[in-house]
Design a protein around this ligand. Structure first.
Ligand SMILES: [Zn+2]
Length: 462
């Protein structure tokens, strides 16, 4: 049955392709197309490297492309076809088919969508009516980009709903793409108590507002979904964020990456590999992940101080006058002043020491131990120690100058802003090559961000 289907399909494909121009440099020609056949045994053919889980960049308006290596022992014409088997292993209508040109590889370009499953078939052309599938492979292309759609970086939930949940996204939203937001109730069944008119809405432009007054208190997940109009059926929940409406998680949290730009650069050679650690940039990555993790667990009102790793804060205290040390102090003091109205400020660092084996966490907490901040500082230190696998004993301390003021600019500003909890955290030492290498890995910073978020949740919610 299936073979009959494929034979019919291939005949139809041949009749449609006979007038298709082909690459003149290849050996594929009208002549060989129509007369190719072989003596026994049939050609040996294999698909060697169909990408699995690969991330493929799809330029806007283009088709998803991927390269597949094909081995074959005879240079005769082939055709490849792709079938969508997401919902069933049964092979249905192919949605694309092209001749394969060349002897060892082919660039396949097809209308593919993420989170769907496809089978790639390579057929060789035998005598008319005797087409066979000689090689069969299926691949999960979950991480392929959505065709022709660029939604980036991700929808950003800016605040706990007060008069409406304002969501900004960046999206090119081309004419052939439908963007929608989708709301899920995490406490009940998927559509739960969400009024029907709030479950799905089309998105026009770069921001939208969900009138949250109609939502019962609870936990929700907001997604952005892209659908290609008039194209291959399929859709993708592009990104989603959890948030909470009503009581709980009202705390405002401020995260800051220490330094700026390439602040504090250190080059190591570890196991023959030379790498350069840049504290300002790595802590920026950690900051962004912490924003993401905290918002995801319901601290929707988590913010950064600066818009870019290159920004400094120049008011109210000048960062153009005085020594470099004074300018740096003032930049940080200005950042600390931004903590007014926030419940927690945390500035992220990695430490430096002449002893390259130093590998412990250092936490600076408010000099007056306000709100038992030392206890929270110990929890943060322990989270860093266990996540990074550090041997050294953590140091949780205050930093006070001779005048009885906070020594560090950030701490001084946060104190002046009367922030109830403020910290500088040193995530081990970038002068330690193992710690620096650990902090170079994004997946490690993700673990650290999750550990921080868990400590913060336990502090406020535990
Ligand atoms: Zn630092």
């Amino acid at each position: 049955m299936l073979n009959q289907f494929r034979r019919d399909l291939f005949r139809g494909w041949l009749s449609a392709q006979n007038n298709t121009p082909v690459d003149a440099s290849s050996s594929y020609s009208e002549d060989t197309t129509l007369i190719a056949q072989w003596d026994s045994p049939p050609p040996d053919l294999a698909i060697q490297n169909l990408p699995e889980g690969a991330t493929i960049f799809v330029p806007r308006g283009m088709q998803g492309a991927f390269i597949v290596q094909i081995s074959r022992d005879r240079n005769i014409p082939y055709v490849w076809m792709i079938y969508d088997i997401t919902d069933s292993d049964a092979v249905g209508e192919p949605f694309i088919g092209r001749p394969i040109i060349g002897t060892s590889f082919a660039l396949f370009s097809a209308l593919v969508l993420p989170t769907r499953r496809y089978t790639l078939l390579v057929h060789t052309h035998m005598e008319e009516g005797a087409t066979e599938a000689l090689a069969l492979a299926s691949v999960d292309i979950r991480s392929f980009d959505v065709l022709g759609v660029a939604i980036e970086p991700l929808p950003d939930i800016l605040s706990v709903p007060e008069g409406g949940l304002v969501v900004n996204i960046r999206s090119s939203n081309p004419a052939n793409t439908l963007l929608e937001w989708v709301l899920r109730d995490l406490d009940n069944n998927p559509d739960g108590d969400i009024p029907p008119h709030l479950r799905y809405q089309e998105i026009h432009g770069a921001s939208f507002t969900i009138p949250h007054e109609d939502l019962p208190p609870g936990n929700y997940r907001l997604g952005v979904r892209a659908t290609i109009r008039g194209g291959v059926p399929g859709e993708e929940m592009w990104d989603s964020k959890a948030f909470r409406v009503g009581a709980g998680y009202p705390e405002k949290i401020l995260i800051d990456a220490g330094h700026f730009g390439d602040g504090n650069t250190f080059t190591h050679t570890l196991d023959g590999v030379t790498f350069t650690y840049r504290e300002g940039r790595r802590m920026w990555v950690l900051q962004e992940m912490m924003l993401d993790e905290l918002r995801n667990i319901g601290f929707a009102n988590t913010q950064r101080i600066r818009n870019s790793v290159y920004d400094r804060i120049d008011t109210p205290h000048s960062i153009t006058d005085g020594t470099a040390q004074q300018r740096n102090f003032n930049d940080n003091r200005n950042r600390g002043l931004k903590a007014e109205g926030f419940d927690l400020l945390m500035q992220l660092h990695s430490d430096a020491a002449t002893n390259s084996s130093a590998d412990w966490a250092v936490i600076i907490y408010p000099m007056d131990n306000r709100n038992d901040s030392r206890t929270l500082g110990h929890s943060i230190a322990e989270a860093i120690r266990t996540t990074m696998g550090l041997d050294g004993t953590s140091s949780v301390r205050t930093a006070v100058n001779a005048n009885g003021l906070e020594s560090f600019g950030l701490m001084r500003g946060a104190n002046e802003a009367d922030c109830p909890l403020y910290f500088i955290t040193e995530n081990s030492f970038h002068t330690n090559p193992q710690s620096a290498w650990w902090l170079m890995q994004d997946e490690n910073l993700r673990l650290l961000a999750k550990a921080y978020a868990e400590v913060i949740r336990n502090w406020f919610r535990g």
